[in-house]
Every structure is written in C-alpha cells, then in structure tokens.
Design a binder for this molecule. Structure first.
Ligand SMILES: Cc1ncc(C[n+]2csc(CCOP(=O)(O)OP(=O)(O)O)c2C)c(N)n1
Length: 559
C-alpha cells in the first residue's frame, strides 16, 4: 500500500496498539498532526512539551505500555530533553516522535533546527533520524521493540518534514531483526542453582528489590521467594509496591532515607539478594562500607549493571521473572528465625518525628491519604523533594505500578504531568499527585490540560514555603546558611486552580486534613489541595551522603 510518511506514522502507531499520544504541534510536524486529524488515536495537548514527555512517562509507568509523544523540531524537541533523560534514568519505555527541518536544510542552522538525535544520544536507548520514507515502517517496529524489551527505555525518532510528506510503500513488519540487540532473557541455570545454594546456606539474608521487579511484573514471585524462604525484603524507591508494604517481611525502603530496619539489616546481612536494582548511590551510601559481611547475588536484565558499583559473587543476567520462576523450582529455605527476631527489634526503633499532632506535618497528611484510599485502586505520583521521601516512608504501597515518581533523575515538575498520564492510562484509578510548592510551579501550566480534558487528578501540595529538601541540606550540612531556598512570591494555589475552573481546597490545621481529603475524593474532576504545612520540618531517617548506611540521623536531639 502506498502511503504518505505522516500517514505511515499513524498507521505504525495503530499497529502498535497505541491509543493515546501526548504532544504539542508546530511547523515541522504539521503533516503529522494533519494525519492525526483523521485518526482514532486520542491526542492530549499539554501546555509544554516537558509536560507531554512526563505525561507519557507516567502513562507508561502506570500501565506497563509504552508512552508516545509528538513534538516539533527545535524548541519543541529540546523542551523534551528533561523528560527523555528522566525516562532513561528510570528505564521507562517511551517513544518520542519529533519533527525535523526538511533534509536539504539539515546542518544549515535552518529555522527551528536542532540536532535532537545528537543531543539525546546519551539519554535514549536508541534514536533515529529518518532519511527515507521507505524506512519508516521498519524504524517504528524497531523503536517499539527496543523501548519495551530488555532493559526498557526511551527511543526517539526524528522525522524531517519532507520525509513526512513523501510517499512510499507501507508494509508493517511482523518481526524485527536488529543485529547486536539480543537481550539475555533466561538466567543461566547453573548460576541459579548457585543462587539457591547460597540462600539455603545463609543465616542472615536480605532481598533488595528494585524497579526491575515492578517493570518485569515479578512482584508475585519475589513475594513467594520471601515467604517460602522467610527472607526479609527491602525495596529501593523505584521498587516500592513490588511487594505489599503491609507484609511483615517488608523492611521498608533502604538507603539515604531508608528505615532503620532496612539499613541495619543490609549492614549485618550475610547475603544480599539484589533483584532488578542497580546499587545507586542513594541506596548504598558509601560503597566501601556497604553490606560488609555479605555475599552478593545480583540478578539484572542489563549486563552493564552487574559489577558496576558493587563486587558481585553470583551474577545472573536475565529477566527477573523468568529467573525467579526457575529459582523456585530448585529453592530450599534456610534458617532465618533468629535473624527475623533481630530485625523485629529494629522495627520497634523506627521514629519519624511525626508525633506532634498540633502542627500540620507532611507525614501525617500522607498517612491520612494512605488510610483514606485503601478502599480503592490508587496511584500516587510525586514531585521531588522532602514530600517525595515522606511519601516513600509513609504511604503504604501495596501493589506494583502504584508509585509513579522520578527516581534516578530526581526531576522537579514531574509529578503533576505524570499524574495526568497515569490517570489517562488508568481512568478507573484514583490518582493523587503529592507535590511540593517548588516542584508544582515547574509544570503548573498543566492545570489547563487537566481542566481541558477533565482529568480528575487530586493534587496535594505540601506547601512549606521552601525548597524544603535543599533547605534541609543547608540546615544539616551548611550551618543553616539558607541560600535561595525561600519561595517568597508563590501564588495562592487555590485561586490559581479556580482560575482554571478547578476546585481548590486550602488546609491550615491538622484537624481539617481528613475532611479535605474526603472532600477531594468526592469531587468528580481535578482538585488542588493546598496544605500549609510546618515550614521547617525535616525528613528523617537520613544517612548523610557517602556515609555508611548504619550512621542514621533520626531527628532526635537535632541529629
Ligand atoms: C528540575 C530540578 N531542579 C532542581 C532540583 C534540586 N532540588 C531537589 S529537591 C528541591 C526542592 C524541592 O522543593 P519542593 O518542590 O517545594 O519540595 P519540598 O522539598 O519542599 O518537599 C530542589 C530544588 C531538582 N531536583 N530538579
């Protein structure tokens, strides 16, 4: 069949079962938007390309399906860059389609020209500049395959305007054949046997699950391993929801803002069973002191992660789910009763500083949101800062894909557009965006998107008047020299919401929290809740950067 290039793009998306695209038009994608006009694919017009990128990323995390973004050349494409890097750092499958100036103009500094394949080379899993309309079907097939297999990640396809307008033969390929790209899916059986033996011999094992547990859909198998082996489980921030937060074997998150139980357990463990995680510095603390008594088993789909930060005794490259399934066939439990007793004693030591009921404290608000949403399917997105870490510590994530947050890149402004994407992917869910007053202002323009499409996300701003996490570091590590962390000049967020036709609810006192959350839950459309919280609360527990995980500041005595 002969098709115009821009029609091929739409047809390729239909073959890939794409139902929603997030984007923003412009000169270099006019043919593409014209083809979209006749299509049944839903387009959500955000108010900034970064919003589209984060929304598609939130859509992908909530659904497990790839997100898709359209943007024009030049500034449209460069406005995507943070969103692309964000998806790359957290291994999220998003396909970005950008317009480019026509091929004869490439390299001439033409109007709205930017070398977006060059710019995004280090932050995409792969990218393409399409030079010939005949390549479009193969490139789209490959792009979706690369984005959604192995270690997932963003792929960008840059299409010059003349290629969008050219006509070519369209046959959508059934298979892909990419020399040099064959992710290892099956973990080596011999290594899995060694893994089983090491677990049987261990007396103090700890499982650390990461984002790979969530993205591979293997939470159920991880839980089976934990329960059959009576092995305590900690999760990285990206792994939260991988096993139910209420399970007695769950230790909480580990690392810089990890629980005492998780961090002490890692430091005393004789075996670390690392599953789909990458030993990020926020997880390990100082590498020299990490898990000093432990053998390390590391299962990951990406061979480049194995041995990158931590020496590994039993490396296994493969899909987490397949590996765990095979492991369970040969698995025998070790003896962990004494170990679990010891861990129980640490759990009683947890302290979060949220006991003062007189002031409006973020942990209490998050616990209330957690409690009042147990009866419904809920997805929580966050921005970046103190409120994000408090969410990790105080919201009980019971299911995978219920936390949508920027882990690796730590991108302020992610939470609200990601909530729009998550809500689009999962209309039946209640979607909360827990935001900071700083972060929310980075993509506040997306209120128009929520209003326009009546996307009923519940935004809960933890309004402390500060760039709180930076203020906390200035307090703890820079002698209280508060440099440019006060957010004077912020607007009344309820009035801003109301200006967009969105309900605003202001909360100033602890006694009003539950009523406000219930009211927000009863509103059919989007809501902005503006919680005026204690200005100078700090997130504890905290391990100072590059310190051993058992050197925990818990906020008592100002430490
Ligand atoms: C785009 C971006 N710029 C800067 C930072 C550095 N940063 C990390 S946390 C933070 C403060 C966030 O403030 P707010 O959103 O109000 O949340 P809070 O910490 O007060 O909960 C800043 C500036 C970042 N993570 N992302």
């Amino acid at each position: 069949m002969k098709l115009k290039g821009s029609d091929m793009v739409i047809s390729a998306l239909e073959h890939e079962k794409v139902t929603t695209v997030f984007g923003y038009p412009g000169g270099a994608v006019l043919p593409l938007y014209d083809s979209l006009y006749d299509s049944s694919i839903k387009h959500i017009l955000t108010r900034h390309e970064q919003g589209a990128a984060h929304a598609a990323d939130g859509y992908a995390r909530a659904s497990g399906k790839p997100g898709v973004v359209f943007a024009t050349s030049g500034p449209g494409a460069t406005n995507l860059v943070t969103g692309i890097a964000n998806a790359y750092m957290d291994s999220v499958p998003v396909v970005f389609v950008t317009g480019q100036v026509s091929t004869p103009f490439i390299g001439t500094d033409a109007f709205q020209e930017a070398d977006i394949t060059g710019i995004t080379l280090p932050i995409t899993k792969h990218n393409y500049l399409v030079k010939d309309v005949g390549e479009l079907p193969r490139i789209f097939k490959e792009a979706f395959h690369i984005a959604t297999t192995g270690r997932r990640g963003p792929v960008l396809i840059d299409i010059p305007k003349d290629v969008q307008n050219a006509v070519g033969e369209f046959v959508y390929p059934e298979n892909v054949d990419i020399p040099g790209y064959r992710p290892t899916i099956e973990g080596h059986p011999g290594q899995i046997n060694r893994m089983a033996k090491a677990i049987k011999a261990s007396r103090r094992p700890v499982i650390i699950g990461g984002g790979g547990v969530v993205s591979s859909g293997s939470g159920k198998y991880l839980l089976e391993l934990a329960e059959k082996g009576q092995i305590p489980v900690s999760l990285t921030f990206m792994g939260l929801g991988g096993v139910p937060g209420s399970n007695p074997l769950f230790l909480g998150m580990l690392g810089m803002h990890g629980t005492k139980a998780a961090n002490y357990a890692v430091m005393e463990a004789d075996l670390i069973i690392a599953i789909g995680m990458r030993f990020d510095d926020r997880v390990t603390g100082s590498l020299d002191s990490f898990a000093p008594h432990a053998k390390v088993i590391h299962v990951d789909i990406d061979p480049a992660e194995i041995g990158k930060n931590i020496a590994v005794d039993i490396p296994i490259v493969g899909d987490v789910k397949k590996t765990l399934k095979r492991l369970m066939k040969v698995f025998k439990a070790g003896q962990t009763e004494k170990w679990l007793e010891r861990i129980k004693s640490w759990k009683t030591e947890e302290y979060d500083g949220a006991t003062d009921k007189d002031s409006l404290k973020v942990p209490n608000i998050i616990e209330a949101i957690s409690r009042l949403t147990t009866d419904r399917k809920t997805i929580v997105t966050t921005d970046v800062g103190q409120h994000q870490m408090w969410t990790a510590l105080h919201y009980c994530f019971e299911e995978p894909r219920t936390l949508v947050s920027s882990g690796g890149l730590g991108t302020m402004g992610y939470g609200f557009p990601a909530a729009i994407g998550a809500q689009t992917a999962s209309p039946e869910s209640t979607v909360f965006c827990i935001a900071g007053d700083g972060s929310f202002q980075m993509n506040i323009q997306e209120l128009a998107t929520a209003a326009n499409y009546n996307i009923p996300v519940k935004v809960a701003i933890m309004n402390n008047g500060y760039l709180g996490m930076v203020r906390q570091w200035q307090e703890l590590f820079f002698g209280k020299r508060y440099s440019s962390t006060t957010l004077s000049g912020s607007p009344d967020f309820c009035k801003v919401a109301e200006a967009y036709g969105i309900a605003g609810i202001r909360v100033d006192s602890p006694g009003k929290v539950e009523e406000a959350i219930n009211r927000a839950l009863s509103v059919q459309g989007p809501v902005v809740m503006d919680f005026h919280v204690e200005p100078e609360g700090n997130v504890f527990p905290m391990v100072a950067p590059d310190s051993p995980l058992d050197e925990i500041m818990d906020g008592r005595d100002g430490q």
